[in-house]
Design a protein around this ligand. Structure first.
Ligand code: DSN
Length: 415
C-alpha cells in the first residue's frame, strides 16, 4: 500500500504499518470482531476530513466550512437508514461502547438499573461490567444462557426482570453464536416498563443483509459498531425511532463526545454504500455458511461447540472436556504461531481466569472477505483441531504454518 509520505517523515511508523499489512496479508484473521475494510474505506478514513471540526449535525454546526462534512455525514445517515430501516440514525459514535454510552446517558440517571447478559456468557463490558463506566454508574443485574443448551434462557431472563425491575434491558452480544429472539426480549422489557437496547455490534452486517433477524422497529434503541461484519471501518452507530431522536443526538454530542471523527464517518459512508450492493448479501450468507462449516468441523472432531453450532459469524468452543489440560490462552498462542489468529474467550460456567479462560472464539467474517468458501474453511477448522491436539509439537506448528501461508497467498488482500 502506498506509504511514501509516512516513510519520508517517519520510517519507524512506516515500518510498523507495512509490518501490519504483511501480518494481515500473511495470517488468517479469525478474531470474530475483526474484518478487512476495502481500500475505498481505508482511503476515506485516511482523508483530509481528519482535519475538520464539525461539532453539531448536518446543517447545524458550531463551526464554519462544514459543507463537505455535511455532505458526507448526510450520505452516511441516508445509507444507514437504507441498510437497517431505522427512523433515526446517528453515525457519530466513535465506537460501539460510545454508542451504548449515549443510550444510557439519554435514558438513564446514575443509579438506574441495567439488566444484561453476563460477560462470561457472551455479554460485553459496556453492558455493565464493574470495570466499565456502565458497571460503575448503574446498578446491574445479569442474565445467563441455559447451562445445558447454551441458548439464552428467556424464561429465567423474564424472572430476573420481574425481580430486579430494570430501567433498561440490554440484548445483543459479543460471544453468543445463536440468533436472538428480539420480540421475546422486547416483551420482557415491556412487561416491566423498561427500555430495550439491542447491541448488534457483532452482527450489523448480518442484520443489514437480512441473514439475521433485525431488532430495528422492535427494540427502542439499536447500537452497533461499523468495523465488524458490516466492514465499514472503525466506529459506532445508534439507531432509534423519531420519538427518541433528539435525546440520542444530544447524548452523543454534546453529551458524550466532542467533534465527530469526520474521516471515520466518511469511511462509514463508503462502507455502507458497499454493503447496499447485492454482492453484500451473498457475502453475509457465505459468512454464516462458513461459520456453520467451521462449527460442524469442530464438532465432528469431538470439540464442545457451545450451543452445538451457530447461526451467526462466530463459533465458541469450550475446551474443558476435549482438552482438559489446554487453556484458551495456550491454544491462542499455539495457533498464532501457525498464522491462525483468534482469541481465547470465556465460556458459560467459566472456571478459569478471564486472562486465561477455557475457550476459544473464532469468526469467519474476515476470511470470507478474502474469498474463503466452505472447503477451505473446513480445512482451516481441521488445522485448528490439529494444533489444539498438539500445541507443543513443532512439526505440527510448522506444517500448519506452511499451509496457512499458502492459503493466504491464494487469497491476497491489499497487494
Ligand atoms: N472487543 C470486541 C470483541 O472482540 O467482541 C467487542 O467490543
Amino acid at each position: 500500500m502506498n506509504d511514501e509520505h509516512v516513510r519520508a517523515v517517519d520510517p519507524a511508523v512506516a515500518e510498523a504499518l507495512s509490518g501490519e499489512v504483511d501480518r494481515q496479508e500473511g495470517t488468517l484473521a479469525m478474531i470474530a470482531s475483526e474484518n478487512h475494510a476495502s481500500e475505498a474505506v481505508l482511503e476515506a478514513q485516511g482523508s483530509v476530513l481528519t482535519n475538520k471540526y464539525a461539532e453539531g449535525y448536518p446543517g447545524s454546526r458550531y463551526y464554519a466550512g462544514c459543507e463537505y462534512a455535511d455532505e458526507v455525514e448526510t450520505l452516511a445517515i441516508e445509507r444507514a437508514r437504507d441498510l437497517w430501516g431505522a427512523e433515526h440514525v446517528n453515525v457519530q459514535p466513535h465506537s460501539g461502547t460510545q454508542a451504548n454510552m449515549a443510550v444510557y446517558l439519554a435514558m438513564l440517571e446514575p443509579g438506574d438499573r441495567i439488566l444484561s447478559l453476563e460477560l462470561n456468557h457472551g455479554g460485553h463490558l459496556s453492558h455493565g461490567h464493574p470495570a466499565n463506566f456502565a458497571g460503575q454508574l448503574f446498578e446491574v443485574e445479569q442474565y445467563q444462557v441455559d447451562a445445558e443448551t447454551g441458548y439464552i434462557d428467556y424464561e429465567a431472563l423474564a424472572e430476573k426482570a420481574d425481580a430486579f425491575d430494570p430501567d433498561i434491558v440490554v440484548s445483543g452480544y459479543s460471544a453468543y453464536p445463536r440468533a436472538v429472539d428480539w420480540e421475546r426480549i422486547q416483551a420482557v422489557a415491556d412487561d416491566v416498563g423498561a427500555y430495550h437496547l439491542a447491541d448488534i455490534a457483532h452482527i450489523t452486517g448480518l442484520v443489514a443483509a437480512g441473514v439475521h433477524p433485525s431488532p430495528v422497529g422492535i427494540a427502542d434503541f439499536v447500537t452497533g459498531s461499523t468495523h465488524k461484519t458490516i466492514r465499514a471501518g472503525r466506529g459506532g452507530i445508534v439507531m432509534t425511532s423519531d420519538e427518541h431522536a433528539k435525546a440520542i443526538d444530544n447524548a452523543v454530542f454534546p453529551g458524550a463526545q466532542g467533534g465527530p471523527l469526520m474521516h471515520n464517518i466518511a469511511g462509514k459512508a463508503v462502507g455502507f454504500k458497499e454493503a447496499l450492493q447485492p454482492e453484500f448479501t451473498e457475502y453475509a450468507e457465505q459468512v454464516v455458511s462458513n461459520a456453520r462449516t467451521l462449527a460442524d468441523t469442530f464438532a465432528n472432531h469431538g470439540l464442545d461447540v457451545v450451543s452445538g453450532g451457530t447461526d451467526t459469524h462466530l463459533v465458541l468452543v469450550d475446551l474443558r472436556e476435549s482438552h482438559p489440560d489446554l487453556s484458551g490462552g495456550t491454544a491462542e498462542e499455539a495457533l498464532e504461531r501457525t498464522g491462525i489468529v483468534l482469541n481465547a474467550n470465556t465460556v458459560p460456567g467459566e472456571t478459569r481466569s478471564p486472562f486465561d479462560p477455557s475457550g476459544i472464539r473464532a469468526g469467519t467474517a474476515a476470511l470470507t472477505t478474502r474469498g474463503f468458501e466452505n472447503p477451505e474453511i473446513r480445512e482451516v477448522g481441521e488445522h485448528i483441531v490439529r494444533v489444539l491436539d498438539s500445541p507443543e509439537d513443532e512439526g505440527v506448528i510448522g506444517e500448519v504454518g506452511d499451509r496457512v501461508t499458502e492459503l493466504c497467498a491464494a487469497h491476497p488482500l491489499y497487494r
